[in-house]
Every structure is written in C-alpha cells, then in structure tokens.
Ligand binder design. Structure first.
Ligand code: KIV
Ligand code: ZN
Length: 516
C-alpha cells in the first residue's frame, strides 16, 4: 500500500451536474488548466458520450493538459466507452472511467436489469475499455447501498478483467463515516484480488458528511484515491470538497501519514475561478476558501493571533493561496503593477488582449473605488470569465429613484443585438424595479430561482457580487456581476444570465440530456 493519496478532481463532470453550473468548452478548458496548475493527479474532464459539446470539451482538455491524467466518464457500454476513448486519444496520460449501478433499487427500478445482466455488462465494459488504455476505473453506482455479496462478485470480476481503480460511490450521500470506512475495509478483505487495484472513495454531501466519509474511507477502508470537486460543487448538496480533504490530510499529516501532490497555493485561485464561471458563490464561512476562513473578528482571537499566530490558526492563509498583502493597487497604478499583481495571484491569462481588457476594467473600477484589493482583481477576471464574447444583451446605462413612502422606479438602457432600447419599471425596491425594467424589454419569460448578494471585501466601499439563477424551458443558468453599486451589480448579473440563456455557444450539461 502506498502512502500517496491520489486526488481525482471531478469538478468538470460531477460538479457540472449542479443545476445552472453547466459550462462552455472554453470555460471547462480554463478550469482544467487551473486544475493542472493545482497539480491534481486526475482531471475527470466530462462525459464524452453525453453530447458532441462534451466530447469536444474532453478532447480539447486531453490535448491541452500535460501534467495530470485526463479521464472521461462512460456508461458500461461499447458506444460510451468508444466515445470516451476517442475523445481521450490526444492525452499524454488518460483514464476511462466506466460505471453501472449495482444497488437492488437502481438495478430494478432504473436499469430494469437482473443482477446477472449487470454482472456481465460490468465485465464486458472493463474488458472493452482495456483495449484502449491500461488505466481503467470502474464504479458500481450507488455502491454503498449495494448488497455486499453481489458487490464482491462484480468487483472481483472487473479487477480480473483489468480494472486498475475501484471506486465506491456513496451516490446519494447516505453513508456515515465509520460504516462507510468499514464497508470498504470489508470489501477489500473479502475480494481475493483486491490488492491489484487502487481503491477510491466518491462521496456526496447530502448529510454534510462527504469529507468525513471520504477520510474514513481512506483511514478505515484503505482507499488511496479521493474523488472531489473545487468548492464541493456538485448536484444537490454537492461532492466532497477538494480543498477541505487536501488541507485535512496536509494539516494532520501526523494522523493521516499520507502525501498529496497538490500545490495548495493554487487552491484559492481555483476556488475563485470555479465560483466565477459557474456563478456559485462561496459561503463566507466555508472552510479554507470562504472569505472569513482566516478572519479573526473577535478581540480575544485577534489579540492571540497577533501575539502568536498558532494560538488560533492551524493553517497559513498564504499556503492555500490567500495573499498576505491585501491593499494592492489604486487609481495611479500602471499596467506593469497590475500585470505583476495578476501574476502574483496566479490568475491565468491567455493573451495580451485579455490582460488589456482586464486592465481597462481595472482603471474603470479604480476611478470609483480608491483601494483595489486582491479580491477585486480576482472579480475582474471572474467577470471576464463569465462574459460571453458574443453578448447579445448589453447594459448601457441605468438610473433609479427611491424615496421614503414612494414606490421605487428604474430606467434602463440596453442594447439588444444592434438595437438600443429604453425600459422603465416600478418595483418593490430599486433592484426589483431594475430587473423588471430589463425583463419588460427582453421578455425572456424566465423564472428567477435565486438572487444573492455578497460583499467581495470589507467596508461599505466594497464591491457587491451578485448571483442570479434563471430557469427557462428546462434550462437553468447562473449569472454573476460585480460592481461597487449593488443595483448595477444586480443588473450585470441578470444580463449575464440572459446572455447565457440566449447564447449560441453550447453550454455543456450532461445532466439535462443523459443522467449517468
Ligand atoms: O455519484 C456517483 O455514483 C457517480 C458515479 C457515476 C461515479 O458520480
Ligand atoms: Zn457522483
């Protein structure tokens, strides 16, 4: 047994299955490059057979990424496995991850297959996948709720067929740590060829125990691969969070005795990139990557930290990528200083044009805000990441009137295609009036599922970051906007979401077309 823990990131596959988190190929590629910088061992880039768009995304990630293994999910059938193999063809190091459900409930109600049929299909799938690569992972979906005797039979057979990683999903987040750990330990003990494969954990967070279950699978069950996502992104309550599991193993190396290859200073940049692209804000008290994770508000704590850091800090903020130098730039800062700061923050820049566009946005912001913090700079790039280049709707100007005792009123000027339109509306508040005014012209008919505002930094001068989630005709999208004026941030977020609803760029979300 090795003392190395393999970090398998599935932000781009399982994470993308969160409602509204679907990404374009370019967005997926951008995240994949950051995951490579983070030095994760395996990037699950998507589900190649689910759509042509996802196939292309997996293929472009397989072409671009050199230092991590690139993986595609595939159901246990020849077509899916063939598509995965084709998409992964350019990869320097590749893995096919095939799965089929093994719990009585899933086999009977979802697959409508007998256990014997599932057994045969699992074996054939691994045998077929091995024709393309010697790196094959097998997952018995809903594995934790499967009957242990049957699971042992299936897993022994797929290892004999050449599966090199065996992953035990707690698909519905039902496990508790000790039981999940023991479940894995028993499987490993009972299966005669279990030592021929690396064992892996894949836990969902429905009961808030995904990280604890994963770590129990490692410590009690002997797993040496953890499947996880940045910010714990994933459908329902999400997946095991990469940053939490990695920092737990690093910080408590005395207990876990395991090494991880991740460059932890890339964690916060990865978190911000994923949050900006998907429009899923990170809660302020989220471990490791939340804005308050290293803030000591209480007087007693502040005093302790000033005297000796380790009185209240078990990790150093800079070790996970928070920058120690908070106030960085202002109105008089030039392009070189801006470029240097972007570099220090490890923000990925693909071209000088991208840098110039971000610098122009920085200058605009610095005219309205005297101190520009690292978080503001990161938000400038999130804005860039979420703004499609073929914007159909653009916000040109806006004004609101709000006075005690009067119903707020908003006026908005928008460009829609090549046309400039003016809209007005009343509303419960100035934000409501502004979004209603936009909607009165666009007539998207979408439903607003979520509206949230978050201050990017401290103080009333802070930029507000707004997320809106819209649903229309079965599609769900998230829009994000940041501005020191929260009504403007709200309008930007709404327009951003509308552009995603109307854009021609294919947003990839396997869940809408083919649920694994
Ligand atoms: O949760 C799950 O069961 C999965 C499998 C497809 C690995 O995501
Ligand atoms: Zn999953």
């Amino acid at each position: 047994m090795t003392d190395r823990l393999i970090i398998f990131d599935t932000t781009l596959r399982d994470g993308e299955q969160s409602p509204g988190a679907s990404m374009t190929k370019e967005e997926k590629l951008r995240i994949a490059k950051q995951l490579e910088r983070l030095r994760v061992d395996v990037i699950e880039a998507g589900f190649a057979a689910s759509s042509n768009g996802d196939f292309e995304a997996v293929r472009s990630i397989a072409t671009a990424v050199k230092d991590s293994t690139v993986c595609s999910l595939a159901r246990a059938n020849d077509r899916d496995i063939g598509r995965a193999a084709e998409a992964l063809e350019p990869a320097r190091s590749k893995r096919i991850h095939t799965f089929i459900a093994t719990s009585p409930l899933h086999m009977e109600k979802k697959l409508r297959m007998t256990p014997d049929q599932v057994f045969e299909q699992a074996k054939l799938a691994v045998r077929f996948a091995r024709q393309f690569t010697d790196n094959v992972e097998f997952s018995p979906e809903d594995g934790y709720r499967s009957e242990p005797d049957f699971l042992c039979r299936v897993l022994e057979a797929v290892i004999a067929e050449g599966a090199t990683t065996i992953n035990i999903p707690d698909t519905v987040g039902y496990a508790v740590p000790e039981l999940y750990g023991e479940f894995l330990r028993n499987l490993r003990a009972r299966i005669p060829n279990s030592d021929k494969a690396v064992w892996s954990v894949h836990c969902h967070n429905d009961l808030g125990m995904a990280v604890a279950n994963s770590l129990a699978g490692v410590m009690i069950g002997g797993a040496r691969q953890v499947e996880c996502t940045i910010n714990g992104l994933g459908e329902r309550a999400g997946n095991c969070s990469l940053e939490e599991v990695v920092m737990a193993v690093r910080t408590r190396r005395d207990f876990f005795g395991l090494d991880v290859g991740v460059d932890t200073t890339q964690i916060v940049p990865a978190s911000k990139l994923v949050s900006g692209i998907t429009g899923f804000p990170v809660q302020p008290n989220k471990a490791v990557v939340g804005a308050n994770a290293f803030a000591h508000a209480s007087g007693i704590h502040q005093d302790g930290v000033l005297k000796a850091r380790d009185t209240y800090e078990i990790m150093r903020a800079e070790d996970v990528g928070w920058s120690a130098n908070k106030i960085v730039l202002g109105k008089l800062s030039g392009r070189n200083a801006f470029k240097q700061r972007v570099h220090d923050l490890a923000i990925p820049i693909d071209s000088e044009t991208e840098l110039n566009a971000a610098f122009a946005r920085f200058k605009e912001l610095a005219d309205r805000k005297s101190e520009i913090f690292d978080e503001d700079i990161q938000a400038l790039f999130s804005d860039e990441a979420v703004t499609p280049h073929d914007e159909h709707f653009k916000l040109i100007s806006m004004a609101q009137h709000s006075e005690t005792g009067e119903r707020p009123h908003a006026t908005v000027v928008l460009s829609v295609g090549h046309q400039e339109l003016r809209a007005e509306s009343d509303g419960n508040g100035p934000v409501d009036a502004t979004l209603r005014a936009i909607e009165s012209q666009v007539k998207s008919g979408s439903e607003l599922l979520l509206y949230s505002v978050n201050a990017i930094t401290t103080g009333t001068e802070s930029q507000g970051e707004v997320t809106v989630r819209l649903a229309r005709a079965g599609r769900i999208v998230n829009g994000v906007g940041a501005d020191p004026d929260i009504i403007a941030a709200s309008a930007k977020a709404y327009v951003n979401a509308l552009n995603k609803l109307y854009t021609t760029a294919e947003r990839l979300n396997p869940q809408t077309s083919m649920t694994p």
